[in-house]
Design a protein around this ligand. Structure first.
Ligand code: GDP
Ligand code: IMO
Ligand code: MG
Length: 423
């Protein structure tokens, strides 16, 4: 398969980092198409963990070239911190990282606006300035990578934006204002350091696709955080679904060969917003403890609950997912019983399709089917047949009820704790 998209099907943190790293062994190029440093993608190799926020999760394989596409919002400070931390681990990004000239930059006023807005309207964002950066993009006032190459444009854009944002910060949010000169100095320095990475990545990918290169496209966040199809307004400000990859990389839908959905064997969510299968008491606590469910970017405890087929079917339909990578199966190893939500009950209505209205969603009660657990460790399993029968049945139920194939099954955080059936 030449061009494959790997994306999140739930509320993020499904294990995209682990699976993208695994599949990168055969990739020439790994590309990100949306989001920014709100993402936290963990990769564990022989017990040591690396968390990537902006750089694609293929960087740990020497042969890959990594692309940050036009749809990503790039915080230069976070990017350089990541480049340095990779270098400290012996991984070089020199000549292996390209950034789209059309990608927008995160500016200090975006982080200030993100924090200020959270005080009045709490989405529970990661505080990385993501929403305000995409607002500027849509408002046609954003600073793009290409602007770093033109000092006059850069200076004017920063001054105009700082003037506007300072009015809002001071008068609406009663927050301290920012100094344009400091920001200009800082971004001139970034311009000097970023210059070697900036190119027209859409054109680069076009040529790579023509020469049949193996391209892996890495989603950030997940379907239920999608700005259009997630639990709006409790979403991120980009489109993690597969359609976002075409826009966020400047590639045609005709070149996509395969879409792989990453799905946890249960469900988690960080931040505010509806979560029908959330377990608020002991079971939620237990899943959090067993799955070590704390955010890779903010360290916040993740909300935990059961696997949700309404969510899975929504994600599969929206992105045209053909294969699933089911992760964290091992987290369920010790449970007596495991529940799967098959539909929602809302008043006297049974809902099988994910509703648009969060006020309806909040009233929905999950309808569960319960399966016996397997009470055996799956962490050493390397083939489907190695798995206990009840674990096989659990996976087969998900396959049957979603009409997709569990092509990859992850049974531990480490790269090698994986069952690859047909990826
Ligand atoms: P991402 O944002 O989708 O890349 O996921 P995160 O890295 O934020 O969160 C997934 C967490 O689960 C990380 O700590 C991973 O190391 C861990 N993880 C991934 N797959 C598995 C698995 O199969 N079993 C267990 N126990 N942990 C896993
Ligand atoms: P990865 O790629 C989980 C959530 C935030 C918040 C909402 C909006 O690691 O799966 P934002 O900062 O984007 O404006 O926050 O989206 N969120 C994530 N949750 N995983 C992520 O990324 C997330 N990125 C954003 O918690 O609810
Ligand atoms: Mg994450």
């Amino acid at each position: 398969m030449a061009v494959r998209i790997v994306l999140g099907t739930q509320w993020g943190d499904e294990g995209k980092g682990k699976i993208v790293d695994l599949l990168s062994a055969n990739a020439d190029i790994v590309a990100r198409y949306q989001g920014g440093a709100n993402a936290g993608h963990s990769i564990v190799i022989n017990g040591s963990k690396i968390i990537l926020h902006l750089i694609p999760s293929g960087i740990l394989h020497d042969q890959t070239l990594c692309v940050i596409g036009n749809g990503v919002v790039v915080d230069p400070q976070a990017l350089f911190e990541e480049i340095e931390s990779l270098a400290a681990n012996g991984i070089t990004t020199d000549g292996r990282l390209l950034i789209s000239d059309r990608a927008h930059l995160i500016m200090p006023y975006h982080q200030a606006m993100d924090a200020a807005k959270e005080q009045t309207y709490k989405i529970g964002t990661t505080g990385r300035g993501i929403g305000p950066a995409y607002v500027d993009k849509a408002n046609r006032t954003g600073v793009r990578m290409v602007d770093l190459l033109n000092d006059d444009v850069l200076v004017k854009k920063i001054r105009d934006n700082v003037d506007e944002k300072n009015l809002i910060l001071k008068n609406i949010y009663n927050q301290p204002t920012l100094n344009a000169d400091h920001i200009i100095d800082k971004y001139r320095e970034y311009a000097r350091k970023l210059q070697p990475y900036i190119i027209d990545t859409s054109f680069y990918l076009h040529k790579a696709i023509q020469s049949n290169k193996q391209i892996l496209i890495e989603g950030a966040q997940g379907t239920l955080l999608d700005m259009d199809f997630g639990t709006y307004p409790f979403v991120t400000s980009s489109n993690p679904i597969s359609g976002g990859a075409c826009v966020g990389l400047g590639i045609s839908p005709m070149v996509i060969d395969e879409v792989i959905g990453i799905i946890k064997a249960y469900t988690t969510r960080v931040g505010s917003g509806p979560f029908p299968t959330e377990e608020n008491y002991e079971m939620g606590e237990l899943l959090r403890k067993l799955g070590n469910e704390f955010g890779a970017t903010t360290g916040r405890p993740r909300r935990c609950g059961w696997f949700d087929l309404v969510v899975a079917r929504h994600a599969i339909r929206l992105s045209g997912i053909q294969k699933l990578a089911i992760t964290k199966l091992d987290v369920l190893d010790s449970l007596e019983e495991i529940s799967i939500c098959t539909a929602y009950k809302c008043g006297n209505k049974r809902i099988e399709d994910f509703p648009a209205d969060v006020t309806i969603l909040e009233q929905c009660e999950p309808e569960y089917t319960t399966m016996p657990g397997w009470k055996t460790s799956t962490r050493e399993a390397r083939t489907f047949e190695d798995l206990p029968k009840n674990a096989q049945k659990y996976l087969q139920t998900i396959e049957k009820m979603t009409g997709t194939r569990a092509s990859i099954i992850s049974v531990g955080e480490d790269r090698n704790q994986t069952i690859v059936r047909d990826a």
